[in-house]
Design a binder for this molecule. Structure first.
Ligand SMILES: Cc1ncc(COP(=O)(O)O)c(C=O)c1O
Length: 362
């Protein structure tokens, strides 16, 4: 592999980072829970619109510095969409062809974005088929299968280097409760939860990590019973989080608590939050909020004060044809009214009283 080309590729990625600002940590008003602060790390403001921008940058640097990518390498990735958008951006920056292997159900907005960056989309019928198809395609064309599901946990520098955890703690430094009681995240590859979980141990912080997981996902089941590593059945409607297989980058021992959350609850929470903060939020942000609300409610009930941090993973603009589309919701038999009510009541009272809510599984 030409070292000159690799040097230049690394410089281009570092220069992009140098031009970019950090993402905001937004306080969310919680009238009903005085003494408790809720913050959203707004990852939708990255140049490619989601927290996957961090991952894509790390994966490219890791692959470049491992000598796996050269000037003629086609990059192939298995994705539910967000990672592919971000990788298409970096592939174009380096002048490399990019192919995303994705489920056919991926939103039109994400497909358009990948193609805008010059990427090609290869669709598969079953979300479980993406790994094998991507690997096979890379072999056939002599490309490089990036494999975010294997490499997410090791491509990111979990000790620091402005990873998402270090950034959150730096931004909390002047707050009333600078060390949060809880951080709530979803898992797709598991990379984000791995980075945060390792960082809080490395820094010897008392923060606990909560996983907000779609009902259809295997992760929360695996946390209860380590022998469960796969689930069958329809996958979640929340893109980016929840998987049918336990991904290699998901590190279960770093999770202190998990909630299984229905798609209806996630979408309803995304709708309510979008109105309250005036920023558009995607479905997985709703999943995070549904879990955070239960934690905050329990803190309030026990008289505990402190802060809770969760992620605004991507914008609802990416889901205008699905989660924010009345016809789509009706076609999927989704009625948001009850869950919207629960979430609105939570914001007024600080108490989460949804009867259908799952209890903590840890
Ligand atoms: C859209 C989206 N993609 C992916 C993820 C999960 O990230 P990771 O792959 O690091 O587990 C999230 C997490 O919250 C998300 O909202």
């Amino acid at each position: 592999m030409s070292r000159a080309w690799t040097n230049e590729a690394v410089r281009l990625i570092e220069a992009d980072f140098n031009r970019s600002a950090d993402t905001h940590l937004i306080p969310v008003p919680l009238i009903g829970a005085p003494g408790i602060s809720l913050y959203l790390k707004d990852e939708s403001t990255h140049p490619t619109g989601s927290l996957k921008h961090r991952l894509a940058r790390s994966l490219f640097l890791h692959a470049l510095c491992s000598g796996w990518i050269g000037p003629q390498t086609t990059i192939v990735e298995a994705s539910s969409g967000s990672t592919a958008v971000s990788e298409a951006y970096f592939a174009r920056m380096l002048g490399l062809p990019f192919v995303a292997v994705m489920p056919r159900s991926t939103t039109a907005e994400k497909v358009a974005q990948i193609e805008r960056y010059g990427g090609r989309c290869h669709f598969v019928d079953s979300p479980c088929a993406v790994y094998e198809q991507a690997e096979q395609l890379a072999q056939e064309i002599g490309g490089h299968y990036m494999d975010q599901f294997t490499f997410a946990e090791r491509a990111t520098d979990w000790r620091g280097n402005n990873n998402i955890a270090e950034s959150i703690f730096a931004q909390l430094a002047q707050e009333e409760h600078p060390i949060p009681s809880w951080i709530v995240v979803g898992a797709g590859t598991g990379g984000t939860s791995a980075t945060i979980g390792r960082y809080i141990r490395y820094r010897r912080l008392s923060v606990r990590l909560c996983l907000a997981d779609p009902e259809a996902s295997v992760f929360h089941r695996h946390l209860e019973d380590r022998s469960i590593c796969r689930v069958d059945g329809p996958s979640s409607l929340i893109e980016g989080i929840g998987r049918a297989r336990c991904e290699p980058s998901f590190l279960p021992d770093l999770i202190d608590l998990s909630y299984a959350i229905s798609d209806v609850a996630s979408i309803a929470a995304a709708h309510v939050l979008t109105k309250i903060i005036g920023r558009s939020c995607g479905g997985s942000t709703g999943t995070n909020l549904w879990a955070a609300a239960q934690i905050i409610s329990a803190m309030k009930t026990s008289g505990e004060t402190g802060s809770v941090v969760t992620l605004l993973c991507d914008s609802g603009q990416r889901y205008q044809s699905t989660h924010f589309n009345k016809a789509w919701l009706t076609a999927h038999g989704i009625d948001l009214a009850g869950a919207v009510d629960t979430m609105e009541r939570f914001f007024k009272t600080g108490i989460f009283d949804d009867r259908s809510a799952f209890s903590p599984t840890l």
